[in-house]
Design a protein around this ligand. Sequence first.
Ligand code: ZN
Length: 225
Amino acid sequence: MVVLLAILVTQVTGCYRGHSPKVAHPAIVTASEWGSNPDPIPADRAQRPDRITIHHAGVAWRAGDDPIQKLRGLQEWGKRERQWPDLPYHYLVAPDGRIFEGRPTSFVPESNTNYETRGHIGVQLWGNFEEQRVGREQLEATVHLVAWLCDQHVIPPSTILGHRDVADGTVCPGNDLQRYIDEGDLRVWVAEMLARRQPDIVLKDALPDGPVEWIPVAASDRAVP
Ligand SMILES: [Zn+2]
């Protein structure tokens, strides 16, 4: 009887707490590690994430750009100009594959466009993928991050969309990145990781009408913060 009870307790708690991760925790520079300075987020902005939305910065990334400077600049601009208490995105991915934590996923993201943002986890890749091509490190880090998020929050890969799929009036996340969503690659790679397999991430050829310029990944960008 005692043994049976122990098994039952293990099984019941296992449903909630014993979730054994399918995807390893990616390396993430936490908000406190990069020196985030958010305002408190009102309790009515709390959310339970159920989908993933991919963004680009919309500004070309240049060799030597500093992600931490960009994080601070975006956070301060949002607070000052938009009354956003914290960064609009939950995670931000640099061209060298470093992942930075933004707003906690337990709060609704922000947007300059009009759509129902509740439930979304916003993942932004630095760069402008209307003008630049997404590179291997950034794409691989994004796949790992999104797979880990799907695993942690029990989100199906079918919910992964680009910003332009959910809102009018934006080209975000740019043609060179959006096609990995349109053609299903991102969802397949994430599903592979959720099945504990290593995805075969293959970069596509340049689009006939561009962009052709690769996003720069300079040696100076690789330094650990
Ligand atoms: Zn966007």
